[in-house]
Design a binder for this molecule. Structure first.
Ligand code: MN
Length: 255
């Protein structure tokens, strides 16, 4: 099994090192990660400049771009004619719950693998600082064992896994969840630049709002690993008829 490992915190992150180390027990591992922290870049693809790739270890590369760039280059250049069986992203320094997944570079790295038709899993540790990284390592190992046992032959899937940053014996198990929602983000911090301009520093994410039983928020609050299956198609199927009707009532102006 060939496994591609990526993250958004940069190639020096302890979370990436730990994820690659576990993955090596399951197959041939290639690590390609950004040269610096690209947290919060979502699925940004760099189109206005070329990207440099450096080999900094055995099958360990950094790339001067985003997590999506990393997986995209790996799939279109490195492994263009060879199969990749699994893409792993993380282990992220901090949670990716609810709509975090829209901004997350960690989830985006996995999403890019999924777009290329490969089963892909994003892993995040819910508190910053990697205090209980070993808990995440044990969860990753368990998830990979499950993949090999029963999911590797299923159609490609995309999972967002959030692991509570607590000692492993305190974990209360695993819940397969849906994404919750956050309240509005905190207001930005206002600053004055040295040149007297007003600057805005984006505030912290909102508190959990839709966080009842069944959500990813609820699972991690109750010391469970939250595993949320994600999909790519964001079409609002229930709105197609509504808007077809809406736009059919008023003809477009003739040019
Ligand atoms: Mn990150």
């Amino acid at each position: 099994m060939r496994i591609l490992v990526v993250n958004d915190d940069g190639y020096m992150s302890p979370g990436l090192t730990a994820l690659a180390e576990v993955a090596r027990n399951f197959g041939e591992v290639f690590v390609i990660a950004p040269d610096k922290d690209y947290s919060g870049v979502s699925s940004a693809l760099t189109l206005d400049r070329p990207l440099q790739v450096r080999e900094v270890g055995s099958k360990l590369f950094y790339l001067t771009g985003t997590p999506t760039d990393c997986v995209h280059i790996a799939m279109t250049a490195f492994f263009r004619n060879e199969s990749v069986d699994l893409v792993l992203s993380g282990i992220n320094d901090g949670a990716n719950l609810g709509e975090d997944n829209l901004y997350s570079g960690t989830v985006a790295g996995a999403l890019e693998g999924y777009i290329f038709g490969v089963s892909s899993i994003a892993f995040s540790l819910t508190k910053k600082g990697f205090k209980h990284l070993n808990t995440a390592v044990r969860v990753v190992r368990y998830v990979l064992e499950c993949h090999i046992q029963s999911m590797s032959h299923a159609s490609p899937y995309l999972l967002n896994v959030n692991i509570p940053a607590i000692p492993y014996p305190d974990l209360q198990g695993i819940q397969v969840t849906r994404l919750g929602r956050r309240a509005f983000a905190a207001p930005p911090l206002l600053l004055e630049s040295p040149r007297g301009e007003l600057m805005y520093w984006i505030g912290i994410a909102g508190e959990p709002k839709d966080s009842g039983p069944g959500t990813d928020f609820h699972a991690v609050q109750n010391n469970c690993v939250a595993i949320t299956p994600l999909k790519l198609d964001r079409t609002a199927l229930d709105k197609i008829a509504v808007f077809s009707d809406f736009f059919s009532k008023k003809p477009m102006p003739t040019l």
